[in-house]
Write a protein that binds this ligand. Structure first.
Ligand SMILES: [Zn+2]
Length: 312
């Protein structure tokens, strides 16, 4: 009985200490945004700006939301925009791994690109009414590679034709290149789901964009190689997503964060593009249209070019 009470006391004491620490740490973990305008549009939109080394970027967002916009293109913070002392604030992780990479993106040395057409062989990927993801991924990757070669890049692929390649050797192939770009098509149980999204590795300790609970704790001691290029990967993802949305006019699902194996285990800046949903009637037709495939391929190549030039 005595032991039981001791445990309860210990737990209660710990809870109080932990609560005190959390409050203090929470303020320290945020970066207050000094330059902002709260719009009177009824939607609670907030415009805010950051400057660094002569570059200014103007964003839009809402309190409590992780999705914000730069040049009307969506990007996902790891944590929601939060009010601190009457100012909007973002978490330090988001400043370091989402905002700074965009402010600081300058010319990158970029010669060799690995293109990774998702799935293949025994792994068909998503299935639409009349198409199989692995085949669409292959076509789009081939077109992208051709364009990149014409622009002077060296292009390597993780799979030749309809070959079965596991995820680990795909991720390891990154070491032969300067960047890694995985190409996929999406599917969802809801046939209305549509649009394009581009993933890069989630900042260490932060939740993924698709996690519904954005306060969930994640192992901060995780030392996967993918984290080493968390910032550059995000700049690359944003550059590609922007070109894809501008070129196709597709629904913008944003530059997102995930711990997909090919991102998590990669050793160079790496992204995974979801070019559209084969489970959506309209998008399946588009994804099978050679002109649309070329449009997607050109946009991916343009995004890579812009990342290399330090243009967003
Ligand atoms: Zn896939």
């Amino acid at each position: 009985m005595r032991n039981f009470i001791k445990i309860v006391t210990f737990i209660a004491g710990f809870a109080i200490i932990a609560a005190g620490c959390t409050t203090e740490n929470d303020n320290m973990n945020f970066r207050k945004i000094e330059r902002f305008t709260q719009k009177q549009d009824g939607d609670g939109n907030i415009s805010f700006s950051f400057d660094q080394n002569g570059r200014t970027l103007n964003f839009e967002g809402q309190f409590g939301k992780r999705a914000i916009y730069l040049d009307n293109v969506k990007l996902w913070l790891a944590f929601p925009l939060t009010p601190v002392d009457n100012s909007p604030a973002i978490r330090n992780e988001d400043w370091t791994f989402s905002i700074l990479p965009l402010l600081n993106n300058r010319e990158n040395k970029l010669n060799t690109i690995i293109l990774d057409p998702g799935h293949g062989g025994e792994h068909p990927g998503a299935k639409g009414k009349f198409s199989i993801e692995k085949e669409l991924n292959r076509k789009i990757a081939d077109l992208t590679g051709e364009i990149l070669r014409q622009r002077g890049y060296t292009v390597l692929y993780t799979r030749a034709d309809d070959e079965t390649v596991e995820l680990e050797p795909r991720a390891e192939a990154g070491c032969f290149a300067d960047i890694f770009v995985s190409i996929h098509c999406n599917a969802a149980p809801n046939p209305d789901a549509n649009g394009i999204e581009t993933f890069s590795i989630t900042p260490k300790g932060a939740p993924n964009s698709n996690d519904s609970d954005h306060s969930m704790a994640v192992n901060v001691n995780d030392d996967a190689t993918g984290y080493q290029h968390c910032a550059d990967s995000f700049a690359l993802a944003y550059a590609i997503q922007k070109k894809l949305i501008e070129s196709t006019g597709a629904n913008d699902r944003g530059a997102k964060r995930a711990r997909f194996h090919v991102l998590y285990r990669n050793s160079v800046p790496a992204v995974l593009v979801e070019c559209g949903f084969v489970s959506n009637e309209n998008e399946e037709k588009l994804l099978n249209n050679p002109e649309y495939q070329l449009k997607i391929a050109r946009a991916i190549a343009d995004g890579i070019d812009n990342y290399r030039k330090g243009m967003l």
